[in-house]
Write a protein that binds this ligand. Sequence first.
Ligand code: C2E
Ligand code: MG
Ligand code: MG
Ligand code: MG
Length: 282
Amino acid sequence: AEAKRRGRHQIVKFDRSLLDRLYAREQFKQDFVAGITSQLRVYYQMQVNQQGQVVGAEALVRWFHPERGMISPAIFIPLAEETGLIVPVGRFVMRTACEQLKLWESDPRRQHLSIAVNVCSHEFNEASYVQQVEAILRETGVRPEKLKLELTESALASDVELVVAKMRELQKFGLRFSLDDFGTGFSSLSYLRLMPLSQLKIDQSFVRDVTTNLNDASIVRTVIALGKSLGLNVIAEGVETSEQKQLLMEYGCDLYQGYFFGRPQAAEEFERAMDERTSNSI
Ligand code: C2E
Ligand code: MG
Ligand code: MG
Ligand code: MG
């Protein structure tokens, strides 16, 4: 009886320590993720129409490291993708963007604004991605039409049928899609027909020399014409000068984003810049 009692006791003890260890691992992961997300900030860069009105923003994440200062997403996003940490990072950006949309919805000056969130293939290919996005939208109470997902051609290159099925599901829910960095990836024009896109985003590498390089100019003009003929809205990224904006407008580009209009900035600065722009253009 004594041995039995001890045995049972030992089993209980063993189970406890196993549980403790599992719990510690979960706790470690949660603490680690909480640690990095507390150092992340979401910046917003304005997107303006031909009339110069702000129609929305792209959410761009920034990492404020306690010792190293601000780290560019161009550096840490690829690392986060490799390690799988992109999943909690992406969720954080999406939730923050939706909370921002909710705030803007209650302000008559800003209730028309939409936000575009970047999504990489690792995130999008998660089995529960659709459910995760829908959960965030439900929890924050944001109208899904306000949220745009920016996918790159490489994110779409994996399993086309699966990707399109997921996009359709999210589109039925109300979300919209933009094809980011268009022209830099491996673009099969037949994809464009298959995907439920609402926007093409011309990569900044074509915009940079659009006023001086005839090849870039004809690429940009062709992409704009292609987008329009497919019924898509076309936005140019990396617009830095009024000459670039002027030329893009002549080509029929619908929307513009770039340092000429505003840098990515914290929400309060974004709002101030937006108000300034509004009062100047009247
Ligand atoms: P992207 O989505 O193509 O974003 C455009 C990049 O161009 C941003 O760099 C933006 O700050 C920069 N940019 C905007 N206007 C101008 C301009 O006029 N001139 C120039 N030279 N650059 C301009 P950023 O913020 O460093 O982001 C780099 C990339 O990191 C993004 O490229 C995107 O692929 C990725 N990224 C950023 N935030 C997120 C995120 O929350 N999730 C994911 N998955 N990726 C993100
Ligand atoms: Mg983007
Ligand atoms: Mg881009
Ligand atoms: Mg880019």
